[in-house]
Ligand binder design. Structure first.
Ligand code: NDP
Length: 434
């Protein structure tokens, strides 16, 4: 707290990991006197910079840009860029810290980073978003590179933003390479990358259910968010025969007891991706209930998928979910459940999968995009999707390896933390005092 004032999310993420890692470190002689935990919580480097740009009225706007280069023990820095007014150093450090374990769990050679800005793309014209992205990259380009640091998308950064950022990088450096992932298919992107986080999340849930000899067929699912992760998680749930009851945005949620089907989901995609409208319009179109200012966790379900943002599911939400019969919670977002909520799930023996395991499919396919860029070759949709399934299966196996408790319950949080930690810590030790 003294070293990192004003960074509650970072402290929350570190505490969560340290709780499961410390007993393990103490039990392993090779980590003794290595000060490995103190090293791993400290970013290798943080870059902060001014982002000035001209809005449509010709007025000067100033935002703050960041890149946290957290850990490069097992590969170049890798992690998304977030454009949202809530972005600050503490939020990006928490995300970069989580990324260490997540990237390690994918089994791919990726270190960890995260970046972004307090810029709010909401309500901005395409021209303003482009001007901002160009100014942002005009500084960022000197800190990133296809072999050193490869950013991607996150909240507020989708295909449009990656396009503008890539265009500016290419103009400045003259290089057409894999410096960013999440690119368009025609210019170096990977098939399945937009779908990967949501699909991967559902593949992970299937693995969890399989341990209880269950499947998604007929299960009631509540989802928060309506962005990239939420849309494709909903799509895969529907494909697997589950009933998706809710979807939300930052203003409220809709509850559709009949279930969101394929056609309704296409409407949501168009609403959020093309017209950038509000989710309440869904309620008017499909005659269902809209709950302004609320989150969907009071709706009875079998499975809950929080896919919007950090700390969006608190202790009261967790109690409501348990009371409503929910038996599985998997995080599509990063750290959406508060520690108190997680404690409620553990006590009730609800299956709970942390984001660093359950949403790792996105960065995994980003890693596959990097492989394809290096090969200067594109893989088929089926090949990428199969590889994604394989990776989610392996991550689940890693969670079981370190997370299976004496009573048979699986503590996915502990499993993911220890498994992700071992690979990075051993690489750091092998590389000397780094
Ligand atoms: P998007 O920007 O596409 O969508 C975010 C969604 O969450 C929107 O529906 C947004 O509502 C809602 N939201 C954002 N902030 C808040 C808030 N403070 N309160 C309530 N709702 C909010 O982002 P993504 O779908 O890409 O990311 C969602 C989460 O998944 C994040 O935690 C991200 O870090 C994580 N993630 C994303 C990956 C990816 O590949 N994209 C990979 C791994 C994790 P509105 O429309 O009103 O803005």
């Amino acid at each position: 707290k003294v070293r990192n004032p004003g960074e509650p999310e970072f402290l929350q993420a570190v505490t969560e990991v340290a709780t499961s890692i410390i007993p393990y470190i103490e039990s392993e002689p090779r980590y003794r006197n290595s000060r490995i935990l103190e090293r791993i919580v400290e970013p290798e480097r943080v870059v902060m910079f001014r982002v000035p740009w001209l809005d449509d009225k010709g007025e000067i706007q100033v935002n703050r840009g960041f890149r946290v280069q957290m850990n490069s023990a097992i590969g170049p820095y890798k992690g998304g860029l977030r454009f949202h007014p809530s972005v600050n150093l503490g939020v990006l450090k928490f995300l970069a810290f989580e990324q260490i374990f997540k990237n390690s769990l994918t089994g791919l050679p990726m270190g960890a980073g995260k970046g972004g800005s307090d810029f709010d793309p909401k309500g901005k014209s395409d021209n303003e978003v482009m001007k901002f992205c160009q100014s942002f990259m005009t500084e960022l380009y000197r800190h990133v590179g296809a072999d050193t640091d490869i950013p991607a998308g996150d909240i507020g950064v989708g295909g449009r933003e990656i396009g503008y950022l890539f265009g500016q990088y290419k103009r400045i450096t003259g290089a057409f390479n894999g410096v960013l992932t999440g690119k368009g298919n025609e210019w170096g992107g990977s098939l399945i990358r937009p779908e990967a986080t949501g699909y991967g999340l559902v593949y992970f849930v299937e693995e969890m259910l399989r341990t209880r000899e269950e499947s998604l067929l007929g299960k009631k699912v509540t989802i928060s968010g309506s962005g990239n992760v939420a849309q494709f998680a909903a799509e895969k749930c529907i494909e697997k025969g589950a009933k998706v009851l809710t979807i939300s945005d930052s203003e409220g949620f809709i509850y559709d007891p009949a279930g969101i089907d394929k056609e309704k989901l296409e409407y949501i995609k168009d609403l959020k991706n093309n017209t950038r409208g509000r989710i309440k319009k869904y309620a008017a179109k499909y005659h269902c209930e809209y709950f302004p200012g609320e989150r969907p966790w009071k709706i009875k379900c079998d499975i809950a998928l929080p896919n919007a943002t950090q700390n969006e599911l608190d202790v009261n939400d967790a109690r409501a979910l348990v009371k409503g019969g929910c038996s599985c919670v998997a995080e599509g977002a990063n750290m959406p459940c508060t520690p108190e909520a997680v404690a409620v799930f553990n006590k009730a023996q609800v299956f709970y999968a942390p984001g660093k395991a359950a949403n790792a499919g996105g960065v995994a396919v980003s890693g596959l995009e990097m492989s394809q860029n290096s090969q200067r070759y594109s893989w088929t949709r089926t090949k990428v999707d199969n590889k994604l399934k394989e990776i989610m299966h392996e991550i689940h196996a890693c969670c079981l390896k370190y997370g299976r408790m004496a009573d048979g319950h699986v503590n996915y949080e502990q499993g993911a933390n220890i498994s992700g930690f071992v690979k990075v810590a051993d690489a750091m030790l092998a590389q000397g005092v780094v």
